[in-house]
Write a protein that binds this ligand. Structure first.
Ligand code: HEC
Ligand code: HEC
Length: 218
């Protein structure tokens, strides 16, 4: 938590003017990389997920939620507050540009939590998640459902717990969050780990990107 506290002191309000007119790649390196890593590979120590290869439509949707303050404002969500403070300093024009920049980076697949049972996870995933997140875990733009195979494993598990505890998806201006809250309410910690174990296996079987998307289920 100490590291998080250090970041809280960032001079966020100065960002907007400093960033005006800059290329998204330069903004990423100057502002985002210190938490998410130079190649957007993520940093578990400060709970900042991998973002490389996140499709632009989803990265843009989440950045905009943070920017408008409908995500990351819950009092029990310190990592969310870090991200919210940064996003609130972005201009609306920078949001799609940054999201497009992230989409072009090479994805980092999630790792399975230790002790996860991917076979049990497969059963749960097929029964509950696949209809929205699809057989390959790559999400569905029409439903705004997240691409799961490019996000860090520890982050997927943490997000599911946040939805379950109502720390994410609680705001009236966030229509997608409540759908995930309803789902996560049914999951225990063990089931969450097993699901993430299976999502890690999916990332290997259907590597995110064009080639992975074109392959049929086996
Ligand atoms: C102070 C550290 C910090 C900085 C700087 C930062 N982030 Fe984040 N970011 C986080 C954390 C922590 C989270 C996870 C929030 C949560 O758990 O809800 C996050 C989450 C995100 C997400 C949501 C991913 C998802 O699928 O849910 C996106 C997109 C994102 N950041 C993009 C950016 C961009 C673009 C920048 C630069 C403009 C940036 N971040 C700068 C810490 C940071
Ligand atoms: C009814 C459709 C639906 C179902 C079923 C569903 N999801 Fe989701 N999921 C969504 C949507 C929509 C979002 C985006 C929420 C948001 O914008 O915050 C999401 C977001 C997520 C996220 C957060 C990703 C991030 O960016 O932080 C995770 C993790 C997740 N879902 C996992 C699952 C798992 C695991 C299951 C099965 C147990 C599941 N979902 C079932 C629609 C669904």
């Amino acid at each position: 938590m100490n590291r998080l506290a250090v970041f809280l002191t960032l001079p966020v309000l100065c960002l907007t003017s400093a960033l005006a007119g800059q290329e998204p790649g330069a903004v990423f390196v100057a502002v985002c990389a210190k938490c998410h890593g130079e190649r957007a590979e993520g940093n578990p120590q400060i709970m900042a997920p991998s973002l490389a290869g996140l499709p632009g439509w989803y990265g843009g949707l989440q950045l905009e939620k943070f920017r408008r303050g409908v995500r990351g404002k819950h009092h029990a969500d310190l990592p969310g507050a870090q991200m919210q403070a940064i996003a609130s300093s972005l201009t609306p024009e920078l949001v799609p540009a940054l999201a497009a920049y992230l989409a072009d980076l090479k994805p980092v697949p999630p790792s399975a939590p230790s002790g996860a049972d991917p076979v049990r996870g497969a059963g749960l995933y097929t029964e509950i998640c696949a209809r929205c997140h699809r057989f390959n875990g790559q999400g569905e733009r029409a439903f705004h459902s997240a691409p799961l195979t490019v996000l860090s494993g520890w982050y997927l598990a943490g997000s599911l717990r946040k939805f379950r505890e109502g720390v994410r998806g609680y705001h009236d201006g966030d229509p997608e969050g409540p759908k995930m809250r309803e789902i996560a309410n049914r999951l225990g910690d063990r089931e969450i780990d097993d699901l993430v174990g299976y999502i890690a296996a999916l990332a290997e079987r259907y590597p995110p990107g064009e080639a992975g998307r074109r392959r049929a289920p086996q």
